[in-house]
Write a protein of this length. Sequence first.
Length: 153
Amino acid sequence: MTDYAFSFDQLSNYLILGAALMSLGMLGFLSRRNLIVMFLSAEMMLQGTALTLVSFSRFHGNWTGQVFTIVMLTVAASEAALALALILVLFNRNRSLDISLWQGLRESGLPESLDTDKAEPYVPLPGPESYPNLTPSGVEPPHPRQPWEQRRG
């Protein structure tokens, strides 16, 4: 065996870590209803897969798994940009990130899936009229006097 290859014990440690990342990501994806948490869980599953590919590549002493991981991470980055755009559009439409509220996106003719474990009914958030007024960019808001400034006079 060459000096740059992993031993079997090192490989098994990395495979256990990759499997743990994959399992935690799958558990988070299946148990949560918030779209951002679901997206982060899917990214965790991808990272577990990437770690497994890189560790197998290092164990066998070739670049195949590392090159495939770079391609996979490039696709994951573009998927992240697309998912962020989807999250923003759907949040602006429904004012929530709960995936059960997006029934209107399904094809016509399909039955609506009912969520029976929902505890409280959906209450829409108020619109832009209730947003806080922010100071314009570049203008420093007034600061209250600090206690040490009050002592100095």
